[in-house]
Design a protein around this ligand. Structure first.
Ligand code: FES
Ligand code: FES
Length: 207
């Protein structure tokens, strides 16, 4: 559709111009912002409860009960990083595309950026910090990734680790193709995919 000068705008009731459309978007954006502001203000003024949801939750994270105040629309990634200080869980796309935020919920790999914290009440949540052994030793997958030079910039590494841990828990001896499939939801801007796959296969051999 092309833009039309105002002098040639169609009569009322005809299709709106792009200028009208943009005006509408700006107007509705303001309206949405206002609603969000009102809701946020209301939620902040009513600690403990908002929108009919109990906000004070006890989450089981890395084997510990953690009490935390959670907004109704808060994602697990936000809670872990900004309320519980578990910054090993990375946030990149924040829309279920890259896998940087992968954590385990009852042993299953999930994107924390796309999981509401309220939905994981009573579940066992494991972040990359929870893989540490009793004496601070690395998990076999982490050791294998280092040995195979997986991390380049390292930003995607926690997510790759968690996806690999979930795979090896269910399938201790995967084929390379199975490992590729399991890590397919974890993007690596540095392109270290083969290194990570080598790491999964090494961890499977050495565990
Ligand atoms: S940050 Fe969650 S998938 Fe990208
Ligand atoms: S190591 Fe840099 S994004 Fe994967």
């Amino acid at each position: 559709m092309t833009d039309q000068p105002d002098c040639c705008l169609p009569d009322e009731g005809a299709a709106p111009s792009r200028r009208d459309f943009i005006k509408g978007v700006i107007a509705s954006g303001v309206a949405v912002s206002s609603v969000a502001y009102v809701q946020t203000t209301w939620a902040q003024s009513a600690p403990g409860r908002a929108a009919g949801v109990d906000r004070l939750l006890t989450l089981n994270v890395n084997g510990q009960a953690r009490r935390v105040d959670v907004l109704p629309n808060e994602t697990l990634a936000m809670t872990l990083r900004y309320k519980l200080g578990l910054t090993g869980t990375k946030l990149a796309c924040d829309r279920a595309e890259c896998g940087a935020c992968t954590v385990l919920v009852d042993g299953v790999a999930l994107y924390a950026c796309s999981t509401l914290t309220h939905r994981v009440r009573g579940r066992q949540i494991t972040t990359v910090e929870g893989l540490e052994g009793p004496s601070g030793e690395l998990h076999p997958v982490q050791r294998a990734f280092i040995d195979e030079l997986g991390p380049q910039c390292g930003f995607c590494t926690p997510g790759q680790v968690m996806a690999a841990v979930a795979l090896l828990k269910d399938n201790p001896n995967p084929t390379r193709e199975e490992a590729r499939q399991a890590l397919a939801g974890n993007l690596c801007r540095c392109g270290a995919y083969d290194h990570y796959l080598n790491g999964v296969m090494r961890a499977a051999r050495e565990s």
